[in-house]
Design a protein around this ligand. Sequence first.
Ligand code: AMP
Length: 426
Amino acid sequence: MSFHTLGLSKPIIETVTELGYENPTPVQEKVIPHILKGKDIFATAKTGSGKSAAFLLPLFQHINRERDEDKFLHVKVLILVPTRELARQIYTSAQKYGSKLDVKTQLILGGGNIDPQIQALKLGSEIVVATPGRLNDLLKLKALNLTHVEHLVLDEADTMLDMGFLSELDTIFALLNPKRQNLLFSATHSGRVKFFAEKLLTSPKRIDMDEPGSAAENISQIAYLTDREKKLELLSYLIGIKNYSQVLIFSSTRAEVDEIQQELKSAGLKAEVIHGERTHGARHKALNRFKEGEVRILVATDIAARGLDIPELPCVINFDMPQSKEDYIHRIGRTGRAGKSGEAISLLSVDEDDMFRSIERLIKQKILKENFKGYERELVHVKMDKKYQQEQKKQKVKGAFGKSRSKAAAKSKKTTKRDFRYKSEG
Ligand code: AMP
C-alpha cells in the first residue's frame, strides 16, 4: 500500500516522500483512513512502529481543512503524553511532518520556567503537545483556551494512568469541546486503560496491531545469567568486546545509573546519564550528545524508556529488570525501530528470575538464556523448604568470638533475599 491510497493530501505526501518514507508502516495503514474519516480510535501499537506519523499526518490534513472554515487561530489539536521526553519528541515530529503546511505548534512541559510558555501561547497555536501537569498549571492561569479543540490525542495513555494523571486528565477533558475526535494510543491493554477508554471514546475503531504487549520480532533478545555483584564488570567487558556504535543501558534506580557511569568511566568508556534527579536541561543535553553521536553510551532509568527516538540504535542492555514488566517492552523498543534489526541484552541475576518469567509470559516468548564465560552464576535459586533449613543447621560453623554462623549466611552477605545459595553448596 502507498501513502496515496490512504487519502492523504498532496503536501503531506510530498513531505513524507522528502523524508524518504517509501510506504506507510502497518499502524499508519490501519489508523490513517479512520482518523481522516473523523472516527475515535483505541489503538495498541508497538513503540517505534511509526505511531506519531500515524496520528499527526491525518490531523494536519484536518487542521488544513478547518483553517478554511475558521479564520481565527485556535488550538484545534491537543496531544497529551506522560513524559517530557515524549512531548519533546512528538513536538519535533510535528514540526517535521507539518513543515509544508505552516502549522503553529506549541510545546508545554514542566520543569522549566512557565513564563516563556505563557508568552508563546499568546501568539496562538493550532497544535499543543503537553504533559498533563504543566498544562493544568497553565489552565489555572487562564493562559490558554481549549474550547475549540476538535481532536484529542492521548499517547501512552496507560503510562499516564500509571503515573497518576487521572485527575489532571479529567480537569482538562471538562474544558474541551465535547464534540471532538478522540484518539487513544496505549502500548499495552491493561484493564484500567480499557475502562478509561470506554468512558472517553465514542464508538471507537479498535485497532490491535499485535497481541497486546508483544515485542518487535526484529529485536533479538538474550539474557546472560550472572550474579548481581558481577554485573558492572560484565557490562564494561561486553561493551568493550562487542564494540557497539551506540548502546543504551537501563537500570531501575538512579544510584545504580550513576554507579554504572563511574564504572564505565574507570574502564575508559565515556557515558551520559539520564535520570529523574538531573535537571531538565542536563537531561536534554545528555540526550542530544548521545543523539549527535558525541558519546557512544547512554545510561538511563525507565523515565528515558518512553519516547526516545534514536534512529538506528543497535543495542539496548538491561542492567537489571524493570519494576514493571511492561517497561521491558518499552526499554527494548528503543532498538529495532522502523523495521531495522536490534539487539536487547539482559543481565539476569537469580533474584530477577521471577520477574523475567512474567516478562516472558507477557510477550509470549521464551528468551534465550546463556552463561557468559567467566561471569556465570554462583548463586542459585532454592526453595526454602524444611529439608534445606535442617541442612543449614547442620552446617553451622564457629564464627569470630565463638558466635555461630552458617556457611551460607557468611557467603551470601551481598544478597538481601534469603532463598538463594551458592552452587558449590549443592
Ligand atoms: P514513532 O513510532 O512514531 O516514534 O516512529 C519511529 C521512527 O520511524 C521515527 O524515526 C520515524 O521517523 C520513522 N518512521 C515513521 N514512519 C515511517 C515510514 N512510513 N517509513 C519509514 N520510517 C518511518
